[in-house]
Design a protein around this ligand. Structure first.
Ligand code: ADE
Length: 297
């Protein structure tokens, strides 16, 4: 699958025939690639997002890519994942429309760049509510309304937060929390036949992401610190999601799969630290505790 141009998949045709998925944020960027690949593989997909018009027009474009003889279908349901009643309605309307829910892909989210010291409480709360609370609400509702009785697979899309997330600390905190939530739910819901995994994309270029960040050099500056020496594509995240949704991942649960070209092993998070002497050293010479050895410098 790709955001623009021809949609395809390495997975076998018909792999997800008869399956039903919800993809939050499914109309744009990575979510759109996931939606396109699921449809290509025969899945029925509900895309959900806050902006009704943008969502509906995305659904119309994507619908035209479905091959004629395919059982795949796409529908859109407007939903602000921060709102409990809207999430409850998203799940119940999906069951009404397609009769069941096999897959939930929690991809909807968002953040804005800036140093933590500049974040207002409102801005902080918005990012936590969208990325953490929204994902929790979608998980809880899909479990309580469907998967608790029937099983299913949940994928949470997180981020490359492994060394902190300087410059977007709010989303780092929220995504790291979703990583932990993924682990908790994989255990709590195992006996219902529910697998819960996460996918952690590195730097992925999409038109949506580019439009979201006014700093246009953000993407090209990232390339030197990615061992693959290129950015990731939405289709590469989608492929990992399809694998984890598929029976090939039947024994994988509670896992977070990094799809980052080894960037998280190689680099810091691209945060310049000026030379400074502002972290005072422990002062051994004036230590009054004689039991402590004095260092030989
Ligand atoms: N994508 C980004 N923010 C969202 C929200 N609040 N609800 C649904 N999708 C979103």
């Amino acid at each position: 699958a790709s955001t623009t141009g021809k949609v395809s998949s390495v997975f076998r045709t018909g792999l997800f025939n008869g399956k039903v998925a919800i993809v939050t944020g499914g109309g744009t960027g990575i979510g759109r690639a996931i939606t396109q690949e699921l449809l290509f593989l025969g899945c029925k997909v509900i895309i959900a997002s806050r902006n009704e018009q943008r969502l509906a027009s995305a659904a119309n474009v994507i619908r035209n890519q479905i091959p004629r003889d395919s059982p795949a279908e796409i529908a859109d349901i407007q939903c602000n994942i921060r709102k409990e009643e809207q999430v409850q309605r998203l799940i119940s309307d999906t069951i009404k429309k397609f009769g069941k829910i096999d897959f939930l892909v929690n991809n909807g989210g968002g953040q804005f760049p800036g140093p933590a010291s500049s974040f207002s409480l409102k801005g902080w709360n918005a990012v936590i509510e969208t990325n953490l609370t929204g994902t929790f609400l979608c998980c809880r509702e899909v479990y309580n309304q469907w998967m608790g009785e029937h099983g299913g697979v949940i994928i949470n899309i997180v981020a490359d937060f492994w060394k902190g997330f300087p410059g977007m600390s709010h989303t780092g905190a929220a995504r790291s929390a979703v990583d932990n939530l993924t682990k908790s739910l994989s255990i709590e819901w195992a006996n219902s036949g529910v697998r819960v995994n996460a996918v952690a994309p590195g730097t992925v270029y999409s038109e949506t992401a580019a439009a979201n960040y006014s700093d246009k050099g953000l993407f090209s500056r990232a390339i030197p610190s990615i061992p693959a020496k290129r950015l990731g594509t939405p289709a590469e995240i989608s492929a990992a999601v399809c694998f984890l949704l598929s029976p090939a991942a039947a024994f994988i649960s509670g896992e977070t799969l990094k799809v980052d070209g080894a960037a998280s092993l190689y680099s810091t998070a691209g945060w310049e630290i000026p030379d400074h002497k502002n972290i005072p050293a422990y002062d051994w010479e004036t230590d009054e505790d004689e039991r402590k050895p004095k260092p030989k410098l």
